[in-house]
Structure formats: structure tokens, C-alpha cells
Design a protein around this ligand. Structure first.
Ligand code: HEC
Ligand code: HEC
Ligand code: HEC
Ligand code: HEC
Length: 177
């Protein structure tokens, strides 16, 4: 085989390898995020999330109400069907790392898969974190739009989504020093 062809092939293999690596941020799970986000001094985002409805979103699918809804739709098990899991906790199967579907709507469901941005050096530099996969919300309108990717009429129990009221229930701000 001509060397030029081999060189080209090598470049191609490397390029594909690198882009696959860049796209492969994995979901690491709440435990990993909470290691650094459970101190009261910095707002204990973990405790706020744990008390929120989002933490129980998977468990809801194992309850009687879910079973009743599933029955009307000819679904055997709400907790096993993508039709319910898409909003109640599952992530892209290719990106599953140490994440647990039982955690429901968890940190990374909103902030993006964290395998690359979760290190201290990256987290402390917002631009770096965003480059490593942290989801950027430009403003309140962008946050609201994002919430409505699940809070919409595709939900069998859809309630009117009142952004200000709903955000107040789950917000987890870092207190200003
Ligand atoms: C090794 C510790 C550590 C881990 C693990 C960690 N974080 Fe962080 N994170 C931080 C620190 C420290 C900051 C604050 C940066 C600052 O304000 O200087 C931060 C900031 C953030 C911010 C705010 C970014 C901004 O500037 O607006 C978000 C969102 C966030 N983390 C989400 C997560 C999620 C989701 C995970 C799990 C995938 C996670 N973090 C894991 C340490 C960590
Ligand atoms: C991945 C889908 C998803 C996204 C994105 C999402 N939610 Fe939810 N949310 C849910 C599910 C599912 C429930 C129901 C959980 C349960 O009770 O089992 C819920 C419940 C809630 C509740 C409790 C409602 C009640 O009746 O008590 C609030 C408040 C809420 N979400 C706020 C928000 C806000 C604010 C955003 C945007 C920042 C948001 N959610 C984004 C899926 C999502
Ligand atoms: C339903 C979606 C949702 C979930 C679940 C969620 N967050 Fe957030 N988080 C947001 C949004 C939206 C913001 C505001 C971003 C902004 O204002 O730029 C935010 C902000 C933050 C901030 C920055 C706060 C500040 O004052 O700068 C941190 C840190 C954070 N989240 C960590 C976490 C951690 C850790 C978890 C899991 C224990 C988590 N979040 C779960 C949507 C979510
Ligand atoms: C498009 C996103 C979405 C899909 C798909 C979805 N849900 Fe939900 N689900 C939500 C949200 C958001 C809430 C909380 C607010 C609400 O009721 O709209 C919720 C709440 C619930 C609740 C609690 C209602 C209550 O009042 O206690 C049950 C039970 C439920 N969902 C079952 C299911 C089942 C079963 C499926 C599959 C057939 C399903 N969901 C599919 C988004 C979704």
C-alpha cells in the first residue's frame, strides 16, 4: 500500500477517534455532583434537589397512579417504557456512565452530562466548564424554554406550567459571599 494512503488513513482514524471522545461526555450521577454541592455555605444544591419532586420522578412511575395511566395506553410497565421515562429520568443510552435511572430528573438532566466538566479546575472556570459540556442558560427565557421540554401537553398529567412559581420551588442558588 502506498505510504500516502496509509498516512491519510491514520489521520482519518485519529480524527474520528478525537471527535468521538469529545462527544462522549457521560452521565456520572447525583452522587458525583453532590460531593462538592452539599455544603450549606455554598447553597447545598443536593439537599434542595433531594426535597424536590424531580428526585422522585422515577419512583412516581412505579406507583398506582402511573399504573392506571399506563393501562389506558396499553403500556405494561410505566417504569420500563421510554414513553414515560423520557421525562421521568432516562438519558441517552449511549451516554450512560455511573448514572442511575432511579435518581429521576437529576442534576445532569438539566446541566448536561458531567464526566468532563466535574473536575474542580474545570468547574471553577465557567467558560471551561461550558466547553466541557456544562449546559449554558443564556437568560430566564432560555431556562423557561428548557423546562417546557418536559412540562408540556405530552405529559399525561400536564398542569399549566407557571415558570416563576415553579422555578421558586426548585431554584438552588449559590449565596453571594
Ligand atoms: C470537585 C468538585 C465539584 C464537582 C464534583 C462538581 N462541581 Fe459543580 N462546581 C464546583 C465549584 C467549586 C463550583 C463553583 C465555581 C465558582 O463559582 O467559582 C461549581 C459550579 C457549578 C455550577 C455553576 C456554574 C456557573 O458558574 O454558573 C453548576 C451548574 C454545577 N457546578 C453543576 C455541577 C454538576 C451537575 C455536577 C455533577 C456532574 C458538578 N457540578 C460536580 C465544584 C464541583
Ligand atoms: C427532563 C424533564 C424535566 C425537565 C427538563 C424539567 N422538569 Fe420539572 N418535573 C418533571 C417531572 C417528570 C416532574 C414530576 C415529578 C414527580 O412528581 O414524579 C416534574 C415536577 C416539577 C415540579 C413539581 C410540580 C408539582 O406539581 O409539585 C416543579 C416545581 C418543577 N418540576 C419545576 C421545573 C422547572 C422550574 C424546570 C426548569 C428549570 C423543570 N421543572 C424542568 C420533569 C422535568
Ligand atoms: C430541573 C433542572 C435542574 C436540576 C434537576 C438541577 N439544576 Fe442546577 N440549575 C438549573 C438552572 C436552570 C440553573 C440556573 C442557571 C443560570 O441561572 O444560569 C441552575 C443553577 C445551578 C447552580 C449555580 C447556582 C448559582 O447561583 O450560580 C449550581 C451550582 C447547580 N445548579 C447545581 C446543581 C446540582 C448539583 C444539581 C443536582 C443535585 C442540580 N443543579 C439540579 C437547573 C437544574
Ligand atoms: C413530556 C414529558 C412527560 C412524559 C412523556 C410523561 N410525563 Fe409524567 N409528568 C411530567 C411532568 C412535567 C409531571 C409533573 C407536572 C405535571 O403533572 O404536568 C409529571 C407527573 C406525573 C405523575 C404525577 C401526577 C400527580 O399529579 O401526582 C404521574 C403519575 C406521571 N407523570 C406518570 C406518567 C406516565 C405513566 C407516563 C407515561 C405514560 C408519563 N408520566 C409520561 C412529564 C412527563
Amino acid at each position: 500500500m502506498p505510504t500516502r494512503f496509509l498516512t491519510l488513513l491514520l489521520i482519518l482514524v485519529l480524527a474520528v477517534g478525537f471527535s468521538a471522545q469529545a462527544d462522549a461526555n457521560k452521565y456520572v450521577g447525583v452522587k458525583q455532583c453532590s460531593m462538592c454541592h452539599k455544603a450549606d455555605k455554598t447553597g447545598n444544591q443536593f439537599a434542595i434537589w433531594q426535597k424536590s419532586a424531580h428526585a422522585g420522578a422515577y419512583k412516581t412511575l412505579t406507583g398506582e397512579k402511573a399504573a392506571a395511566i399506563a393501562k389506558t395506553k396499553n403500556i405494561k410497565n410505566a417504569a420500563e417504557t421510554p414513553e414515560c421515562l423520557e421525562c421521568h429520568g432516562a438519558v441517552d443510552a449511549k451516554l450512560v456512565g455511573t448514572y442511575d435511572v432511579k435518581d429521576g430528573v437529576q442534576c445532569e438532566t438539566c446541566h448536561g452530562p458531567g464526566s468532563a466538566y466535574k473536575t474542580m479546575a474545570t468547574m471553577k472556570d465557567k467558560a471551561k466548564a461550558i466547553a466541557a459540556g456544562l449546559h449554558e442558560f443564556k437568560d430566564a427565557a432560555a431556562i423557561e424554554k428548557f423546562c417546557k421540554t418536559c412540562h408540556n401537553e405530552k405529559s399525561p398529567t400536564n398542569k399549566a406550567f407557571k415558570f416563576a412559581e415553579y422555578w421558586a420551588k426548585i431554584k438552588h442558588t449559590v449565596p453571594k459571599p
